[in-house]
Design a protein around this ligand. Structure first.
Ligand code: SF4
Length: 188
């Protein structure tokens, strides 16, 4: 029989547990009834990838009625063998948590509180800051007279929500501006 590691673990895990309890004389009917009510009962499994770092661990999502009801590691994925770190384990709550930010927050200079803003406001503000900083600090030559064409007063930190292509575009844009200080959350 051709069986995956994941299938093997499911079979042996369920089989061993039921066999052991039944041998001890336990009535498994209530357990089976509860199992039927599990939130993943009847859910469709979809394999996706955690994008929080370059390991790219597989994540198995359980989808029921168009909604992710559970997410966990994939025992068949050779790198992590079913494990997820804290970031990957938070995959489901990242989507549905009521603490998830839905709008950009802005703290005005001198203020002690954050305010929700529209994206237009935030993007205009970022663009203005980048332009003003670059105009002020753009360095054509360094102290040795060598041409460098760079800005050292802007730092960019990439977010884990960016995929490879978006990271490449962001990197090219920043290099075009002369920004040399940048890093990415996935490397942390
Ligand atoms: S963040 Fe964690 S779960 Fe996600 S790919 Fe990296 S190691 Fe895997």
């Amino acid at each position: 029989m051709d069986i995956s590691r994941r299938g093997f673990m499911k079979l042996t895990g369920a089989g061993a547990a039921c066999l052991g309890l039944a041998e001890l004389g336990f009535d498994l009917a209530p357990v089976r009834a509860v199992a039927a009510d599990l939130k993943i009962e009847g859910a469709k499994e979809v394999v996706s990838i955690c994008h929080f770092c370059s390991c790219g661990c597989n994540i198995i999502m359980s989808i029921k009625d168009g909604r992710m009801v559970a997410a966990g590691g994939d025992p068949d994925f050779p790198v992590s063998e079913g494990a997820l770190c804290a970031k990957g384990a938070a995959f489901q709550s990242m989507h549905y948590s009521d603490r998830r930010l839905q709008k950009p927050l802005h703290r005005a200079p001198g203020s002690d509180r954050w305010e929700e803003k529209e994206w237009d406001f935030v993007l205009d503000r970022i663009a203005r800051k980048v332009k003003d900083t670059r105009d002020k600090d753009f360095m054509v030559k360094n102290g040795k007279g060598q041409q460098v064409n760079r800005v050292e007063s802007i730092f960019e930190l990439g977010a884990s929500q960016l995929d490879n292509e978006e990271c490449a575009l962001t990197h090219q844009m920043l290099m075009g501006l002369g920004v040399v200080h940048m890093d990415h959350q996935a490397r942390v």
